[in-house]
Write a protein that binds this ligand. Sequence first.
Ligand code: F6R
Length: 622
Amino acid sequence: MCGIVAYLGKKPAQPILIEGLKRLEYRGYDSAGVALINPDKGGIRVIKSSGRISVLEELLSEPDPKEVVGIGHTRWATHGEPNTINAHPHLDYTGKIAIAHNGIIENYSTLKTWLITKGCKFVSETDTEVIANLIGYLYSNTDGEDAPRDGQNRFEWAVQHALNELVGTYGLAIVCTDFPDMLIGAKKGSPLIFGLGKNEYLIASDAAAIVEHTTQVIYLADNEMVTITPKGFHTKTIDNIEIHKELKQIEFSLSAIELDGFKHYMLKEIYEQPKALNMCLGGRLDMRDGRIVLGGISKYWREFTRAKRIVINACGTAWHAGLIGEYLIEQLARINTETHYASEFRYRNPIIEDDTVVIAISQSGETADTLAAVEQAKERGAVTLGIVNVVGSTIARTTDAGVYLRVGPEIGVASTKAFTAQVAVLAMLAIELGRRRHLSTEQVRFYIEELSKIPAKIEEVLSLSEHIKKIAEATCDRENWLFLGRGFNYPVALEGALKLKEISYIHAEGLPAAEMKHGPIALITKGMPAVFIATKCSQYEKIIGNIEEVRARGGRTIIVASQGDENIKQYADFLISVPDVPEELQPMVTVVPLQILAYHAAVLRGHDVDKPRNLAKSVTVE
Ligand code: F6R
């Protein structure tokens, strides 16, 4: 949600922090700030503002070459409105400690009350200020029994003791004026990586913020911290036990996080889908032997093949992909499958039996609810599989087995290429499970062959962008829309509605088309846009019936249909013809015109497509 970047090195920290924050802005963008240690002036210079990084930039003076240690933050508000006071970094009441925080402190209210009785002053409404004050209080009031021992410095000691009191989640970067060349990072439940450059160190919540400087990183695990000085660093648990962490090389090219001539990341990522799917499928479709190769599952095929029940957990767009996965696995592998909102699953009392396998789907690999669902499933003994995009993310590391999407960084807040790749992975899983259970060789070869053709078919849909833009021009003034589909295209209708509402702020409802007459049909008024996914499929005749119901009430139909379907023309106010694909694999193609439609509608309505209001890319809080 929020983004952290911190620097300790020889260069002026300010421009490095600002560059890093810009790369993290997609994670949260309601306010931002930096705190820089100035050894000459003996203090911390904090500059904060509400709004985007560009607003913060205007407040900054020329970088001071002496300020070589600093922390920065871009915020997505949870506690307290997005104003300058609530923006991070936060200082403690003594003005010595500054922190940038991602996550939520659940016991902040109790701690705040206690700290106030101890004389600590609070200026913001945030939970984060409690952490700053707790560290500050412990730092300034330590003696006797409680004093740091064995040469440990007081700053690190105070951080550890404060963290042990916190209930909740945090990714933290912390500095202290008394230790002007020291930077501390700590993690629990919110991602944090530590990068080692040449004579410089960085801490960030996301690799995007540091790849320009280094690709050598350490992933901190929960309850771990790193203390950095110009002489080096050490990693410990928050209980002060030294730990050795392996250095990892991140594969991340800068061009993957640049716009490359596109106006928006979302548009770039929509257009990247053929390439992204080729990356996702590459080396995994074994045409010669008629099988699918998924290295990350190889040790668990037995559990999967024998599973009596598969439970999929995800949120938002990933949940829509999960629903398609449910249909795919039931259809091709004949295993009872159900898809849950992770936020619900984690708080129910789910039945997990010996032969239940749990799949978690997440682009970021950091979604708090999805992670909690995985932990819940593991606790109850399930084998867990992660379908994740971000390499090394928490869900990827927590699950027993995994399949990476391999689509590169997704920066646009509205998920596009990750969705099609999630469906592609679920299709591969379903085909391979089917092969191991009952599908004939011919059937398996057929699906593999058809799957390999999907990227080229998406390419064809992309060429319809101008036509779809005209449809958006004619309809985007309407404030209420319906998206309707059946079977494999029912989750596509949900996804189309979500895409439209999250970036264009048009109210849209996605439904299984037959459900419309059980209530939502009352909404239809003259000219109301109703988007139907009515490609050739087993329920084609049924969906024509639903289209007629809308037309009879004056609704305006936008129909995604199969190329060459002459019959459908009579029902369509606007027609989008997409290449023919077997029913089970259609969602990867039929979703693309809906992504393009939402994109154009949002641009026409004058919205910032990549940073829709109130949203953030990765939802690391409940
Ligand atoms: C919508 C969107 C969200 C995410 C959801 C889960 O366009 O992007 O609905 O799909 O927040 O995120 P991940 O996949 O990172 O777990």
